[in-house]
Every structure is written in structure tokens, then in C-alpha cells.
Design a protein around this ligand. Structure first.
Ligand code: SF4
Length: 364
């Protein structure tokens, strides 16, 4: 599938502020969503399994230098219980997310994944940072279906500033995304919008890259720095982008979500929790009306949820799985949509096993 918008058109839409003209973007994104992934909203039960992180991202409350944060790591029984809750609510996927926590042993997590896969019908998505390729391969062999790792920005210099290397290890998340694809995962990535120093042109390049990478899942959220971080504490850590600074506001997120739908029509695109955080009233609904088709209700036990504070003032921090499930049902049916059944993987990509021998992943 070729890119339906060129980079200049993407840039023009990103700069657009006229509500009447933006209605056209929302309409096109919603229609493309309906044609390619239908009216189902797929729910992925999110379990934040550890808030330990070895990294020092300049905006994130889980960064290793935040010594004020009480750290936790869920045990296997707690993770199974959360996965069982996902089954009870009829979710098709459980997402095991955490910081880049090397206290999560590779073989231990492989055993957890094997347990979930053998005892439930769930797809398992992992989001555990930049683990070595052998860890990723072991988790895939254990049955994990999908892996999420955002590249955050395609501006390599800016990425290095907000996400410093770990020791001498140079990080290239685009390389990791390709490895994940070769290992056989469905692959998700995404960005933050409004990082200090991130220009409109840079966000347009991110969107073009979504197409080139043929992502199965695309997550987009606003830049929200945690107060216990360099970028959350003073806000002038980096010079802004020369009058072209992309804003980190709600409108910029909706435009990016809508454009992501247009450049990658069959991808799974969540209305993210960060979007629900900057507009607690109807951020999710507007995301779902402007291109998104996925939501990730939080199944993390309440005693841990407050401690998974990447950014402050997260939405739904005190909702139990039950109340969250009821609330989402109402919100989704209020849009004239319905909750998706099954695992809700990307429809149009063949699995690696189905792919004829010798055929590469391509832009079919
Ligand atoms: S953004 Fe991710 S890798 Fe960076 S400190 Fe936070 S949890 Fe760790």
C-alpha cells in the first residue's frame, strides 16, 4: 500500500488549526478506520508488572534517578490473577508492561508467558523496553504474540537527549523494531508529541515512518513530563524548535492520531491513557472518533497503580477492573461502536507462519 498523503500534506494538516477544516481530517480518519478495521473497539488489559527501570529518560517518573519512588515488581501469581481478570471481562489481549527492568529474568518471564498462553485464550503483548535480542526471541518462543516499543521521535539527536544511552550501549529503536519483526512479533511503536525541541516537520517525519515501518500498532500520546525529572522541573532543559515547536496539546494528539490512521489504515491505534489524562471528560471518545480503534483498560492491582507514575495525574488511577469495564462499555456504546471479540490482531498482515517461504514483509 502506498503512502496516501505526502510529507507536505501531513505537515499542512499538523499545522492546521481551523476547526471547520479539521472536521474534514476527522471525517477522513473516521471513515478510513471504519473501512479498514471496522466499528469494533478492541480492549487490551494493561498490567504494569514492574516500575523498576535502568534508564534515565529526562521526562519519565520511573527513571532510575527518581529515588523517591517506591519500587515494585509483581509476582507470577499476581500477573496470572490480572490475566484471569482480562479473560473474565472478555478482553482478547493482556499487555505486560514495565520499565526496562533487568530484575525481570528472561526465563522467569518466559515461564509466565507460557502459563498465560496455556491457560487462557489471550494474546500476550510485551512492553519491557530495549531488552537484548536473545531475550526477545526467548519470549516469542514462549508464545508472546506482540511487542510494543515506541521510538518516541524520529529525530535521533533529540531522542538521545531525552533517552540517554545505558552505559556504552548505543540505542537504536528502529533496529529493535526490525529485529522484533524478524523474530515474528506483531510490532507496535509510537511517539510523544510536543517534546521540547520537536518540530512540526519532525512529527511529519514520524508519521511517514509509521508507514515505512508497516507498524501493526501505533500509540501516540502528548509529552507530559513528570515533576521529578529534568524536563518536568523547570521546563527549559532544551531549546525549543525555532518557532516551529510542535505543541504537546490535545489537538496536536488528535491530528497525529488521525494522520496515523490515514498513513497506516489497517493498524491498531489506541486512544491512549495519556490522552484520557489531558482530557478526562471525553479524550478517549474523541480519540476513537478521530482514527483510534483500541483502548487499554488498566488491570494493574490498585496497590501498585499509583506507583507506575511515568507522568503525573494519570486518568482512572483508582478505578477497579469492574468499574472501568462498565465505564468503557457505556462510552463505547455511546459512540455507536461495540467491543471487539477475539484477540484483535492486525487483520491484513499474514502471520509469519502463513507467509510463503522467501517472501519478505512488505507494504502489501
Ligand atoms: S520512559 Fe521507559 S525506559 Fe525511560 S525511564 Fe521511563 S520506563 Fe524507563
Amino acid at each position: 500500500m502506498s503512502l496516501t498523503l505526502d510529507k507536505n500534506e501531513i505537515l499542512t494538516w499538523l499545522r492546521e488549526t481551523n476547526p471547520a477544516r479539521l472536521e474534514e481530517l476527522w471525517r477522513r480518519a473516521d471513515e478510513t478506520r471504519r473501512q479498514h478495521v471496522g466499528d469494533a473497539v478492541h480492549l487490551r488489559g494493561l498490567v504494569e508488572i514492574s516500575n523498576f527501570c535502568a534508564r534515565a529518560c529526562a521526562y519519565c517518573g520511573l527513571r532510575v534517578a527518581n529515588t523517591k519512588l517506591t519500587r515494585y515488581r509483581m509476582d507470577a501469581a499476581e500477573i496470572f490473577a490480572a490475566a484471569q481478570q482480562a479473560v473474565t471481562f472478555g478482553y482478547g489481549t493482556v499487555v505486560l508492561q514495565g520499565g526496562e527492568d533487568y530484575g525481570i529474568r528472561t526465563d522467569w518471564l518466559a515461564e509466565v508467558v507460557r502459563g498465560i498462553k496455556s491457560e487462557t485464550p489471550l494474546a500476550v503483548t510485551l512492553s519491557l523496553g530495549e531488552r537484548p535480542e536473545k531475550d526477545l526471541a526467548e519470549w516469542r518462543a514462549a508464545g508472546a504474540d506482540r511487542y510494543l516499543i515506541r521510538f518516541e521521535t524520529s529525530d535521533a539527536d533529540l531522542f538521545t537527549k531525552i533517552h540517554p544511552p545505558l552505559g556504552n550501549h548505543k540505542c537504536d529503536r528502529l533496529v529493535i523494531l526490525r529485529q522484533l519483526r524478524e523474530i515474528g512479533f506483531e510490532v507496535g511503536s509510537g511517539i510523544m508529541v510536543g517534546i521540547p525541541g520537536q518540530t512540526y516537520a519532525s512529527v511529519a517525519e514520524d508519521l511517514r515512518l509509521f508507514h515505512e515501518l508497516d507498524l501493526d500498532m501505533i500509540g501516540i500520546g502528548p509529552f507530559i513530563p513528570h515533576p521529578a525529572t529534568p524536563l518536568g522541573n523547570g521546563g527549559k532543559f532544551f531549546p525549543s524548535g525555532n518557532g516551529e515547536q510542535a505543541p504537546n496539546n490535545e489537538l496536536m494528539v488528535y491530528k497525529s492520531v488521525a494522520l496515523a490512521r490515514l498513513v497506516r489504515p489497517d493498524a491498531n491505534i489506541p486512544a491512549t491513557s495519556a490522552l484520557a489524562t489531558i482530557n478526562k471528560v471525553n479524550g478517549r471518545e474523541l480519540g476513537l472518533r478521530r482514527g483510534a480503534n483500541v483502548f487499554m483498560p488498566n488491570l494493574t492491582p490498585l496497590k501498585y497503580r499509583r506507583l507506575y507514575e511515568i507522568y503525573p495525574d494519570k486518568a482512572c488511577i483508582a478505578e477497579t477492573g469492574d468499574t472501568c469495564h462498565g465505564c468503557l462499555n457505556r462510552r463505547i456504546s455511546g459512540l455507536g461502536r461495540h467491543i471487539g471479540s477475539g484477540q484483535g490482531g492486525r487483520k491484513q498482515r499474514q502471520s509469519a507462519a502463513e507467509m510463503p517461504a522467501g517472501q519478505e514483509w512488505g507494504y502489501a
